[in-house]
Design a binder for this molecule. Structure first.
Ligand SMILES: [Cu+2]
Length: 426
């Protein structure tokens, strides 16, 4: 008997030798207190047995602590629902939204489209993926940072994997990997749902969101649309800060679920917007996004091979910045006259991964690839006649073209309920 259940025996011996593991106990008390704080906030309207609460409080004598960030799921992972309202209300893009997670800050240029920074690192060290697809933006001065094309409310789950701790989602993620994911719809019979929300704030802030889905056992259709406006805000001195924005984004999702374990999903999306930048010589007058993505998932395949997932995506960013449509040209220096610059980027990518499970081990391995093409064109201004020739009268000039291909594998060994060892290579 003891030889069969050797794993169990070893564990019980360990707990006999250390009946209470001090570090673990402390962690559990801290956790319980945090949960207690959250629960007492959420259940404030319900009758509370004060005597029992008083008893709990006296058994764990910890100083009161208020946490206003998102609690982490594990030391390396933060998972949250991006539809949950936040305070202070973030701008409509992912950059400002991520600041509600401890460790994130942002490089701000105006009211929206800030560039997220995690533990002092930003840019290509942060891997931002929307449903597994990357959209890097086109602007050489990062007016359209990757986060500016992501509307958090249009997603169901946000996961932040801190540090270079995963090799599963592409190269270059030395600061963190940030995943915005949309869950597949699950209709067991014909039906539908609509989630709509409005937000009105000071300085002309007005957001409207709609997320509607209909479907049945065989598949679903889902429409997500969002628009957000804000006026210039006032600084402490009462002066207007050049920061107004107006952005919209919409996605249509078509899912086919021939059986419980199979999913084929097509997503088509579009968005655009404009944003003033207080800290720059130009404003963003166009942030056009076009995206198409196809994903396939198959679960519960066999004893060892558990899951196969495949995704292909196409993302196109077409960005215009100028110094005349959202402001008046300064009339002096380098930016004296009206000028516009138009940049675009086409990204095509794909990923195929499989999950294997045997005894305490789990292996996720696969391949991925991505190609990028970047182009630009500028307006021209004739100082003699004072006429502006718009950027779209010129031909595109391709200035970058690159690809990457990856082969990756990540092996996890579960030691007990709380501990894992993870190793990966790419
Ligand atoms: Cu720009």
């Amino acid at each position: 008997m003891s030889s069969i259940n050797r794993g169990c025996g070893a564990r019980s011996r360990l707990s006999e030798r250390f009946p209470i593991q001090p570090s673990r106990l402390r962690w559990q008390i801290a956790h319980a207190t945090l949960l207690g704080l959250l629960a007492s906030g959420a259940l404030a309207a319900e009758p509370v047995d004060h005597s029992e609460h008083a008893h709990h409080a006296s058994s764990a004598e910890l100083a009161p602590m208020v946490i206003t960030g998102v609690a982490q799921q594990s030391p390396l992972t933060v998972a949250t629902d991006p539809k949950i309202p936040r305070q202070p209300v973030p701008a409509s893009d992912a950059g400002d939204y991520l600041q509600t997670i401890p460790g994130f800050s942002a490089v701000r240029g105006g009211g929206s489209n800030s560039d997220p920074v995690f533990r002092g690192m930003f840019g290509s060290r942060l891997k931002l993926l929307a449903n597994g697809a990357e959209m890097l933006g086109a602007c050489p001065s990062r007016m359209d940072s990757p986060s500016s094309y992501i509307t958090p409310e249009n997603y169901d789950a946000l996961t932040v994997i801190k540090g270079p701790q995963t090799v599963l989602w592409g190269p270059g993620n030395s600061a963190a990997t940030i995943l915005f994911e949309r869950d597949p719809e699950d209709f067991s019979e014909l039906g539908g749902r609509i989630d709509a929300s409005f937000l009105v704030g000071s300085d002309g802030r007005f957001d409207r969101n709609i997320d509607a889905a209909a479907g049945g056992e065989q598949g679903y259709i889902r429409l997500l649309a969002n628009r957000s406006d804000s006026d210039d805000y006032q600084d402490g001195n009462g002066d207007d800060v050049h920061s107004r924005w107006d952005k919209w984004s919409t996605d249509l999702v078509l899912g086919w679920t021939p059986d419980e374990d199979t999913l084929l999903e097509l997503t088509v999306g579009r968005g655009d917007g404009e944003a003033r930048y207080a800290g720059r010589g130009m404003d963003g007058s166009q942030f056009e996004r076009e995206s198409i993505a196809l994903r396939f998932e198959r679960d519960n395949i066999g004893e060892v091979l558990q899951k196969i997932e495949a995704r292909v995506y196409y993302n196109y960013a077409d960005h215009v910045m100028d110094n005349y449509s959202l402001r008046t040209p300064s009339g002096m220096g380098m930016m004296a006259n009206p000028m516009a610059s138009n940049v675009d980027r086409r990204t095509l990518g794909g990923r195929l991964a499989a999950t294997w499970q045997w005894s305490d081990y789990e292996l996720v391995a696969g391949v991925d690839a991505q190609t990028n093409e970047h182009r630009k064109r500028n307006s021209s201004y004739d100082m003699m006649t004072g006429t502006l020739t718009e950027h779209d009268r010129f031909v595109w000039n391709k200035d970058a073209d690159f690809h990457n291909y990856g082969l990756f594998g990540e092996l996890t060994r579960n030691l007990d309920d709380d501990s894992r060892v993870i190793g990966g290579a790419r």
